[in-house]
Design a protein around this ligand. Sequence first.
Ligand SMILES: [Zn+2]
Length: 409
Amino acid sequence: MRLESITQRTLGLKDHRVEAVESLDGGLAVKVEVRRRRRLPCSACGRRQRVRDRLGARRWRHVPLWGMAVTIVYRPRRVGCDRCGVKVEKIPWANGKSPLAYPLVVVLATWTRLLAWQVVGRLFGVSWSTVRAAVRRAVEFGLSNRDEQAVLYIGVDEISRRRGHVYHTQVYDLSQRRLLWSGEGREAVTLRRFFDEWGPEKTAAIKAFCCDMWNPYADVIAEKAPGALLIFDKFHLVRHLLNAVNDVRKAEMRELEGTEEAQLLKGTRYIWLKNPWNLTDRQRQRLGFLERMNLKINRAYLLKEAFLCLWAYRTRRQAQRYLEKWLWWATHSRLKPIRDFARMLRKRRDGVLAYFRIPLDGGATEAMNNNAKAISHRARGYRTAKTFSLALLHCLGKLPLPQTVHKFA
Ligand SMILES: [Zn+2]
């Protein structure tokens, strides 16, 4: 089989053919020509038109072969379109002014889902910015070709990049476990940008959102998607309560400073925060001993354990009755951090109890956030927010890739 026919097959040409494969700067040059006197599609409207003239030679990068760079060389034709005027033909192996052939875009995009961009660049002998261009091209294609019909449940959360100096807001499709949108910032205005891009029509189809009660997302969701159910993530709620318990312990340590009790409280942080069944024997013994002292931290501990029982209820009515009791107890506990938590909860209890209508929680969101962090570490951190969002959408968006005639990867 000749090299010409092989490259011809990988490009899947119809109106064009490979004329010759020659050596070029240690690599291969694939010379492409038009077949006979065909009409060629206009790049603006796609209709076939008569060829008018041809431009100077242009080059596109194809997938390397046996470690050699492969360059497609072709003089694009211009067509006289009766609708658009004089236009360049639609190049079948590349998009617009991109110097990368589709097969190379697909190959680079496939590997960058698994490896760091630097590594992929080295494997295929292209620069980092070429890899970035390929990923951007793939993501653009994926975004305009993905299925957005069945997006019914959404999880919103933030992740940090560069050791917590920069934050990104992540919008996940919970049914299909994929990333829908990622943008720099974690303010109300950040999430507004998502809604503006997603549009009111698709937003109206969303049945429920799940997010953390303490960040500004909830207000934006209520404003932009008033028809959807807003559910506060139970894992975030528990995390905030654990922080409150820990604050009670720290305050009490300060109050008791210098006394015998303070000595006994030292190093007990995890005893109060862990689930009782996860305690070691020694920790359980210490807890049993501490429980007999009349400590504030012990009251906070009991309130925390009681709060966790809420999620065992089956119906909203039962859960509501229990929550009201718990809130009364917590607001009368004379423990300031717990009282603050309970007051916040009371104000937004609808979002807490919404869980008993649609049991959505942040579990899937958390798992995808962890993957996002792994992607960030893989490249030792992406320098710009745009590139980071691109990498995240590419790896977590489950985006379709352009189809190529030949499967390279
Ligand atoms: Zn046209």
